[in-house]
Design a binder for this molecule. Structure first.
Ligand SMILES: [Zn+2]
Length: 79
């Protein structure tokens, strides 16, 4: 069997954090404006988990990239 590494297009479509499909529009040959990450809030902490070599190379998936709701950080309005 050929010792092919992961196909580059598949590699680009995988989340570097969890290995699931990242849904990146650019990796699928679509305009970046169609990518979910354009409208989503990306958790900066998720990006910090990326290896330096991965930053800017691959998109993370919505599950990893979306900022997790922090129950202890709710804005306390109406005081
Ligand atoms: Zn992920």
């Amino acid at each position: 069997m050929p010792a092919t590494r992961t196909d580059s297009s598949t590699w680009a479509q995988q989340c570097p954090l969890c290995g699931q499909r990242n849904g990146c529009a650019v990796a699928q040959g679509l305009p970046a404006a169609q990518c979910w990450c354009i409208t989503a809030d990306i958790d900066p902490k998720a990006l910090q988990r990326l290896a330096p070599a991965e930053r800017g190379q691959r998109c993370i998936c919505p599950a990893c990239g979306r900022a997790e709701p922090d129950p202890g950080a709710r804005p306390n309005r109406g005081d």
